[in-house]
Write a protein that binds this ligand. Sequence first.
Ligand code: ATP
Ligand code: MG
Length: 365
Amino acid sequence: MEIYRVGGAVRDTLLGHPHHETDWVVVGSTPEEMLTAGYTQVGRDFPVFLHPETKEEYALARTERKTAPGHQGFAVHADPSVTLEQDLERRDLTINAMAMDDDGTVIDPYRGQTDLKAKRLRHVSPHFVEDPLRVLRVARFAARYHHLGFRIADDTLALMTDIVAAGELTHLSLERVWVETEKALGEQHPAVYWQVLTDCGALAVLLPELEVSQGIAALARTAPGTRRVDARWAALLADLPESRALKASKRLKAPRRFTLLATKVSAWRAEVKAALRDAESCAALLVGLDALRRDEPFEGFCYTLLAMEQNAPEAERSIQLLREARTAAQAIRATDIADEGLAGPNLGAAILAAQIDRIRATLRS
Ligand code: ATP
Ligand code: MG
């Protein structure tokens, strides 16, 4: 058998970009031979194995034939006669379709190195259109390598547009969409992901709320100030009404933490100014963020607003004042209420009134 490095590891090595895992392809072997050599099989549908020691992924060279719509609608064919070139041909982008042998020799039948030099994200073959996940993957790579000057080739963007227009995105599971989206939010230029999805028409399918919002621009401004993906998600949805931020988060099956932060940022962001002028508004905001009882989502809210304002001194001062008001209000205990006869809602109202007094004193000082 012959073993080669493939995919992201080769691409990133040639780019001088750090990479975390190495994928391998094995030519001329069989599952039996892999198992005998001590590998364990992981893929149910694909012949993919884990190395006994490094636990890296070793996949038998394979070809694919389209059988049904969607990301998984392929019949996989792997046998010892499948060549390296055939395996590379089923891959999405030319820069992802290179292999490297032990000596560092690059095997590059689809001119990935030329595209690396030209900073071009280009599809390997017309079979590109067979998997709608590639729309999201290419958008994500555009976000990751934007700072290096990479752009999507025109004919590749045209194929992405075709995939969307054919309705193929509806065959993707929303869990897969979220996996790609969360990865994209963590890339260096996450707004580029959303811009590419806009350009190929995918935004209208996945997140139509954004089409009439300033969210992508807000994300672009916010991203340099934070790597936190939940804060970036919240920035993207910040100028939507709360109900639409909730709908968008639910549709893409964002985790609860993301949904909570995004809805709270969209609901309360515009209220901060008023809250710092008026103790009752401030108490309403703190209650709305559940800040009198727990740290989240209040801390995430403050963090996101600061990131959205690029940690500008004025924003720092506002958030500082908000924190002081919170601390002052939190200091009130039921035992601080003089009238011992109060109970239930009346006691609650008296506590709130005392909290508002403390907040007022803080805001004045
Ligand atoms: P990353 O740095 O994010 O891991 P990667 O290129 O290694 O990037 P993987 O998802 O690890 O991406 O996939 C490894 C390789 O498998 C890719 O480089 C590509 O050649 C191929 N590949 C993965 N997903 C697809 C797909 N949906 N269609 C075609 N080829 C794919
Ligand atoms: Mg990889």
